[in-house]
Design a binder for this molecule. Structure first.
Ligand code: ADP
Ligand code: MG
Length: 174
């Protein structure tokens, strides 16, 4: 359960999230909709402790994200598909994320296959298309088999197939 209570964020004089209260129940897919600049990404950044609320709080299962002992098992997050180190391969990126949680190669390969980019496991993220980066971001969110997934603009750049099949998607260029 994600609970936001009176969540408020101000940057200087500008209020970008204004007294926002809501509950996201477990077991349901919940959309978070609003026009560009409405404060959706800022809210999600506050959820994972990347931004500090000016007022109010947002918690997962009653705790702040930064207080969770094994966060990737509670909450899988993709806020920015291009956040992987461009010099790292897809596989190495996942191994780095999994390292602190004792998650190793078998799970990293599994999530790469799940999102359809198993064929580029050993290619550097910096050479990925937007869609391939998006798939790597989703794989990263899935790595800990978390109870809850939070995805910011999850379908950006996604084409119908990934890279592991025999489709026309360019997988050997990076
Ligand atoms: N670090 C920041 N400093 C100042 N303003 C910011 C910062 N981050 C976001 N904003 C502003 O907050 C508002 C909400 O942005 P954002 O949360 O990205 O909206 P959304 O994801 O709904 O499109 C925008 O007006 C944006 O310019
Ligand atoms: Mg946004």
């Amino acid at each position: 359960m994600i609970v936001s209570q009176n969540l408020t964020k101000r940057y200087g004089e500008k209020t970008v999230v204004d007294d926002l209260s809501f509950t996201v129940r477990p077991g349901v897919v919940t959309g978070f909709l609003g026009p560009n600049g409405a404060g959706k990404s800022t809210t999600m950044r506050m959820l994972v402790g990347l931004d500090r609320p000016t007022r109010g709080e947002i918690t997962i299962g009653g705790r702040r994200y930064q207080d969770l002992s094994d966060p990737v098992r509670h909450l899988g997050v993709m806020l920015d598909a291009r956040s992987a180190n461009p010099g790292r391969t897809a596989l190495d990126h996942l191994l780095v994320v999994g390292e602190t949680h004792g998650i190793g190669r078998p799970r990293a390969h599994e999530v790469l296959e799940m999102v359809g980019i198993g064929a580029v496991a050993d290619k550097r993220a910096g050479g990925f298309s937007l869609g391939m980066s998006q798939r790597l971001g989703i794989a990263t969110a899935l790595i800990g088999d978390p109870a809850t997934l939070v995805l910011d603009e999850p379908v950006n750049g996604l084409d119908p197939t990934g890279c592991s099949g025999s489709g026309t998607f360019s997988c050997d260029s990076p």
